[in-house]
Design a protein around this ligand. Structure first.
Ligand code: NAD
Ligand code: DAU
Length: 356
């Protein structure tokens, strides 16, 4: 049994689906179902007895304590977070609340659970708390700078990355001070199925198909390092099984790309797979807009530690992953309509009122 927080979000849902495809071990998913949480991503597990879903907040000590006591997981994997940089610029409070205060309460609940295992030797020794974090904690690189290694100084620049940095420090401190068996992963930009269409890649696909402008911030020459979400999930499974306690692992696929190149790639794929009715090119919808305040120029992950020490390697290249992703959005217009519609929110409130 494992407990996965943020299990209805983009990476959390992909992780749960992959886990149950590969292991016969039950998953308890805990998710607050904010705007970013979408149970439709887990619809294929509706009748799977190995999947238990609970709506709730990682900061709800009573609920989390009760879940830990009842299900006795051998691992907790913490994906739950506010994750969008632009939202953190417009309103940082939820980021402080979930990413810092929420993680603190979760750590306290887990520490109480883990301490209470004393005397149950084997289970306590095997328990793991894996914290999923981001490369954004390291700040911004200039052209030619070496990629982020695990020893890179933290220099977070947005309220989002500052809140994730704080959570990483808390996780580290719980290991150092209390001996809590933790692992931390810092990953680069993910893309793939079920990503909420506010992030660059799904937003561009969805806007292109809807005939809307494709808003490129500033000059579009900012660089991100892209990893297909299923490769992030396989890296987390690998760190969970083989990682050394207290260690940090940077996860990335050596795929640095400028934003404008990404948008051009998506446009070209759509021209091929779903040509515009008016025979024009999707790239004609590109619109350069005001830059993001404090916009980090470049991220790049040095993934040699996880590759060398744990033997992890990504399965997808950017070319194969982006084609699959564009095709997924073409095939799942219903999913997009649902996450963007108020009716899904009404359904959540009707079925999961009172928690979260
Ligand atoms: P997401 O926004 O798609 O999903 C986050 C999930 O957490 C949602 O389902 C939401 O409902 C849930 N949640 C939010 N607050 C909660 C709370 N207080 N209690 C319980 N659940 C709560 O995010 P994502 O892209 O899937 O990211 C997952 C994790 O991975 C985050 O911690 C993020 O910082 C990290 N990460 C993301 C990326 C990326 O490119 N998306 C890269 C590296 C690391
Ligand atoms: O690096 C890991 C991080 O990647 C994760 O920790 C975050 O949770 C995740 O959201 C992502 O952060 P970014 O800010 O890099 O992702 P986003 O998709 O918002 O933006 C990617 C790049 O594209 C960034 O340089 C801003 C730019 N952009 C984004 C949007 C939404 C645009 O030019 N136009 C847009 O409309």
């Amino acid at each position: 049994m494992i407990l996965v927080t943020g299990s209805a979000g983009f990476i959390g849902a992909n992780f749960v689906l992959d886990w149950l495809a590969q292991h016969d071990e039950t998953v308890v998913g805990l998710d607050k179902l904010t705007y970013a949480g979408n149970l439709e991503s887990l619809a294929s597990l509706k009748d799977d007895p190995r999947h238990i879903f609970v709506r709730g907040d990682i900061g709800d000590a009573e609920l989390v304590g009760q879940l830990l006591k009842q299900h006795r997981p051998r691992a907790v994997i913490n994906f739950a977070a506010e994750s969008h940089v632009d939202r953190s610029i417009h309103g940082p409070e939820d980021f402080i609340q979930t990413n810092i205060v929420g993680t603190f309460h979760l750590l306290e609940s887990v520490r109480a659970y883990w301490s209470g295992m004393t005397g149950e030797g084997v289970i306590q020794d095997n328990f793991r708390f894996l914290h999923v974090s981001t490369d954004e904690v390291y700040g911004s690189l200039a052209k030619g700078d070496p990629a982020f290694s695990e020893t890179r100084r933290y220099e977070p620049n947005s309220p989002y990355s500052a809140s994730k940095a704080a959570s990483d420090h808390l996780v580290r401190a719980y290991h150092h001070t209390y001996g809590l068996p933790v692992l931390t992963t810092n990953c680069s930009n993910n893309y793939g199925p079920c990503q909420f269409p506010e992030k660059l890649i799904p937003l561009m696909i969805v806007n292109a198909l809807a005939g809307k402008p494709l808003p490129v911030y500033g000059d579009g020459q900012q660089i991100r390092d892209w990893l297909y979400v299923k490769d992030h999930c396989s890296a987390i499974r690998c760190v969970l099984e083989k990682g050394h306690l207290g260690e940090v692992y940077n996860i990335g696929g050596w795929n640095e790309k400028a934003n404008l190149d990404i948008v051009h790639t998506i446009c070209a794929l759509l021209d091929e797979l779903r040509p515009r009715a008016d025979d024009k090119f999707y790239r004609e919808q590109i619109a350069f807009v005001a830059d993001r305040p404090g916009h980090d120029r470049r991220y790049a992950i040095d993934a040699r530690k996880v590759e060398r020490e744990l033997g992890w390697k990504p399965a997808e290249t950017f070319e194969t992953g982006i084609r699959k992703t564009v095709q997924w959005y073409l095939d799942n217009q219903g999913w997009v309509d649902n996450v963007q519609s108020g009716s899904y929110r009404q359904w959540v409130e009707k079925n999961y009122a009172g928690r979260g």
